[in-house]
Write a protein that binds this ligand. Structure first.
Ligand SMILES: NC(=O)c1ccc[n+]([C@@H]2O[C@H](COP(=O)([O-])OP(=O)(O)OC[C@H]3O[C@@H](n4cnc5c(N)ncnc54)[C@H](OP(=O)(O)O)[C@@H]3O)[C@@H](O)[C@H]2O)c1
Length: 367
């Protein structure tokens, strides 16, 4: 019996190793097939292999919208940690989840965009050529994108620049959904935002304030004035003080920088407080599983405590983009732009973001 089990497990293990080897070496992408010169060339950032040094600005075929899509001339895009996860192919677990084992399956990059509608598919009634729009669509580091009209796209308020609008999709939606849907922030509640000066944090401080919360932002010394100017009631300079060691209790913690243990975070939550984790650390943190270990810990811990702990993943959609557009139009929300780069400088923009100290958003202008 022992021998049969030993052989069975041995054979299963061998089959898995062979399957992995075959899957790894046959993992490919369209770079090997798209060798002909495009008939209608437009510029886009393309990467055929993982790694920042493999990003290239090159001619690709101008996209054609299907019946449900818009053709948008991109005027600005913005970079997110999301982009470097795909560029580096980390955490590696992602590669086995369809992103591409050896090479990236999808060779186009970027999500957040703002631009002008040039054409619409025949089923599109919400938008027309000439409209200025913003939102999210894969392949946004390019001169053109084709978002679906019913997905993550909304009209850009006239008072908002393309650069500001391009900075909103991932970071703004994440901040909104984390505070409204997961944190269920109520007026007067105490909200702590760890990583208050970054892409998500700068939106989160303003959105939490607009919900009537008492907001504490955590950032380094050089960003204290910025976070105060966004409306934070209290600012903790993490180079001088550890928020997890303080006596203050919070109703909601929005954690963009998971640099404290879950028990430390629990200690400073009110008995029915909510800990909302969105961040997974930098490109070199937990390269194999990213935030998943911490997510599982939070899931295991949560049922045994009155406090709610968990990770949230943003779900970009037109309705929430319109809410953010209205907030920008009314002056309640102002995107913070740190640096702007040109389309051919996307690798430099990503390298800067990877350092983990952007102040607000890093934007790409597309001429
Ligand atoms: N779950 C989702 O759907 C979702 C969506 C968007 C983003 N995310 C994740 O959320 C995280 C944050 O995204 P982001 O766009 O805001 O990133 P980001 O713009 O790169 O954040 C940079 C900010 O982090 C701050 N920071 C660095 N170390 C810190 C520390 N020890 N304590 C407090 N703040 C610190 C920096 O402030 P200083 O310069 O002052 O240090 C900087 O302002 C990333 O891990 C990203 O992958 C998740």
């Amino acid at each position: 019996m022992k021998r049969i089990l030993k052989w069975t497990f041995g054979l299963i293990f061998l089959a898995l190793v062979i399957w992995f080897e075959v899957a790894y070496w046959t993992s490919t992408n369209d770079c090997e097939h798209n060798t002909a010169a495009p008939a209608n060339p437009v510029k886009a950032i393309v990467y055929c292999d993982y790694g920042l040094t493999n990003l290239k600005l090159q001619d690709v075929e101008k996209p054609v919208p299907n019946d449900d899509q818009l053709l948008v001339r991109v005027r600005a895009a913005s970079v997110n940690p999301y982009d470097w996860h795909f560029i580096e192919g980390t955490p590696y677990i992602m590669r086995g989840m369809g992103v591409g084992l050896r090479k990236p399956k999808d060779t186009r990059l970027g999500v957040d965009f703002a631009g002008t509608v040039e054409a619409v598919g025949k089923n599109v009634t919400q938008f027309k050529p000439g409209d200025e729009v913003f939102g999210g669509r894969g392949g946004a580091f390019a001169e053109y994108v084709c978002p679906r009209a019913t997905r993550a796209v909304a009209l850009k308020p006239a008072s908002v620049t393309f650069e500001q609008a391009a900075s909103v999709n991932i970071a703004g939606i994440t901040a909104l959904q984390a505070l409204r849907d997961k944190g269920k922030v109520q007026p007067g509640q105490k909200v702590l935002i760890n990583g208050a000066s970054g892409g998500v944090g700068t939106f989160a401080v303003q959105i939490a304030k607009s919900f009537g919360a008492d907001v504490t932002g955590v950032c380094s010394t050089r960003n204290v004035d910025l976070v105060t100017s966004l409306g934070a009631d209290h600012v903790i300079d993490y180079t001088k003080e550890d928020f997890a060691k303080g006596e203050q209790r919070y109703d909601v913690i929005l954690d963009n920088v998971p640099n404290h243990s879950l028990s430390e975070c629990r200690r400073i939550l009110t008995p029915n407080g909510k800990y909302v984790m969105i961040g997974g650390g930098g490109p070199n943190d937990n390269r194999w599983v990213g935030p998943f270990g911490r997510v599982i810990k939070a899931m295991v811990m949560s049922p045994f405590t009155s406090q709610k702990m968990g990770m949230m993943m943003a779900d970009a959609n037109g309705k929430d983009l319109t809410i953010l557009a209205d907030m920008m139009q009314s002056g309640k929300l102002k995107p913070v732009i740190d640096r702007t780069y040109k389309l051919n400088e996307v690798p430099a923009a990503i390298a800067y973001l990877e350092e983990g100290h952007a102040r607000g958003k890093v934007v790409i202008t597309v001429e």
